[in-house]
Write a protein that binds this ligand. Sequence first.
Ligand SMILES: *[C@@H]1O[C@H](CO)[C@@H](O)[C@H](O)[C@H]1NC(C)=O
Ligand SMILES: *[C@@H]1O[C@H](CO)[C@@H](O)[C@H](O)[C@H]1NC(C)=O
Ligand SMILES: *[C@@H]1O[C@H](CO)[C@@H](O)[C@H](O)[C@H]1NC(C)=O
Ligand SMILES: *[C@@H]1O[C@H](CO)[C@@H](O)[C@H](O)[C@H]1NC(C)=O
Ligand SMILES: *[C@@H]1O[C@H](CO)[C@@H](O)[C@H](O)[C@H]1NC(C)=O
Ligand SMILES: *[C@@H]1O[C@H](CO)[C@@H](O)[C@H](O)[C@H]1NC(C)=O
Ligand SMILES: *[C@@H]1O[C@H](CO)[C@@H](O)[C@H](O)[C@H]1NC(C)=O
Ligand SMILES: *[C@@H]1O[C@H](CO)[C@@H](O)[C@H](O)[C@H]1NC(C)=O
Length: 447
Amino acid sequence: MALNQRLTLLLLLGLTVTSAATSSCFFSEDGARRCVCNSMDILNPDNLMCLEVLELELRDGTLEVSEMPVSELALVFQLIQINKLIFNNVTISVSFISAVIPFLPTHLNEIHIISSTLEVVQPLQPPVLLEASRIKTLYLEDTTVDPSLLQPSFQALHRWLFGSLKSLGLVRSGLVETDCIWAQRVENLTHLDLSENPISYTSLQNISHCASLSFKYLKSLHLRHSNLTSLQSLCTLLSLTPTLTQLDVSRNNFSILHFPQCFQVKPLRMLNLSHSGITEVNSLTSASLEELDLSYNSLEVFHDPPQTLKKLFLSNNRLIRLPSLDNLSHLQVLKVDNNRLTVLITEMDVNLSTLEQLDTLHAGRNPYQCDCALKETITFLESTESVSVEDYPEDFLCATPLAQQGTQIMNFFPEPCVKLTSGTQHHGSPLWLTLFVGLSSCLIYFC
Ligand SMILES: *[C@@H]1O[C@H](CO)[C@@H](O)[C@H](O)[C@H]1NC(C)=O
Ligand SMILES: *[C@@H]1O[C@H](CO)[C@@H](O)[C@H](O)[C@H]1NC(C)=O
Ligand SMILES: *[C@@H]1O[C@H](CO)[C@@H](O)[C@H](O)[C@H]1NC(C)=O
Ligand SMILES: *[C@@H]1O[C@H](CO)[C@@H](O)[C@H](O)[C@H]1NC(C)=O
Ligand SMILES: *[C@@H]1O[C@H](CO)[C@@H](O)[C@H](O)[C@H]1NC(C)=O
Ligand SMILES: *[C@@H]1O[C@H](CO)[C@@H](O)[C@H](O)[C@H]1NC(C)=O
Ligand SMILES: *[C@@H]1O[C@H](CO)[C@@H](O)[C@H](O)[C@H]1NC(C)=O
Ligand SMILES: *[C@@H]1O[C@H](CO)[C@@H](O)[C@H](O)[C@H]1NC(C)=O
């Protein structure tokens, strides 16, 4: 108990240990909020500095009752005021969890378990837990969970854990099947991330048959990288989520995207469809969508974005012209960088100056064609005060003509351009036509 006394004494004296040479705990780069320790080092009194932080990360090793003095860890937990506990690259036994649960810091509301293993070591004393935990967020990533942990013998642990849980992440953690018992346990969550699992859609659809199941509080659902090929396959699941506002189905494989009716009636505000091999979008209609991410796809055209949009991300596609933005009076952010646009603004269609709410624009890394037709684009970029064009001027380069290739378009001053009658195609008008028109206007204006 010498360690306990030393800890208590140090604390009473108000001593702060600044930089002990033997200390292997360190503050992580993201400010001094998080202390990172090898699992055993947290018991070293030289690491008292960690008592001040809000986040504690325990790394490497095995957390097992027989290998770690639980009573001393309990004392540390009582002295520390963290609200977030992170386990990284550890093997945690369930008996260890059961043993420390009664001593968890009172403000603790978030647990992350990364690249770790949760195992059940026999024989097991099922934990006796009366109250529900105060944990609001549980996030597992790359973590192997012993399947027996899902068995009814762990009901007490489940009830403790899910009591006030609002947010659950099970990312890249081998989740394959879901069933009614599992679904009922997560029914009150507001945030669920099941990304990057080889999850079976038959089993996801099956849960719609579970008795009186509804995810009535669920606001955000992430199914990133889940081998989805159509949105239609999510309709059954979405029928159980009346209040869903954010859906992340990025990194799937949709190719031609059909936007099903079941999505149109949802109060969806954010939809992430990036990195999904989309070549075509059909009838994307919504009366609520405010944020749409379609970046990193293969779109050549995108017609009629929903008029409710505030943020539209179309970077890294193959767009040859801007989508029709006429009626997007709420649009604040537009990203169309790295596409195949040769011009941003033409006299014919969109005039970005008419988008009154627009304040952020990315449109660099497009193959701009530096001829007279680019004049409106340059004039807009040079004169706009309300829109912040974050990648201008450095990413706006001429791709054609060859003589101008690589020059920033801001340094390209079109020769006094001949004003063609509106409706005539500026682009690629043959030289002789330009000369001819130029000559005739000369004649008309007696130059
Ligand atoms: C994970 O922890 C083990 C010890 O338990 C260690 O040998 C290994 O290097 C650690 N891996 C990483 C990526 O830190
Ligand atoms: C969800 O909330 C309802 C009441 O709000 C409660 O009866 C039910 O037990 C909760 N479910 C879980 C798994 O905590
Ligand atoms: C993805 O789906 C295809 C067929 O739909 C299947 O053959 C493949 O195994 C799935 N991949 C994963 C990682 O689930
Ligand atoms: C879906 O439900 C049917 C019957 O309700 C059952 O036979 C089947 O095994 C379930 N499939 C999955 C993947 O859970
Ligand atoms: C959409 O998902 C991708 C990765 O899957 C992510 O990088 C991107 O930030 C997300 N977009 C939004 C608007 O959150
Ligand atoms: C996407 O799905 C199509 C068939 O729907 C398949 O041919 C293709 O290989 C899939 N691509 C990826 C990256 O999974
Ligand atoms: C914009 O709205 C007007 C009137 O509501 C409609 O006539 C027009 O077709 C719309 N334009 C686009 C591109 O949706
Ligand atoms: C775009 O609109 C602004 C203000 O409404 C106007 O001054 C400008 O001439 C327009 N540009 C084009 C190319 O129509």
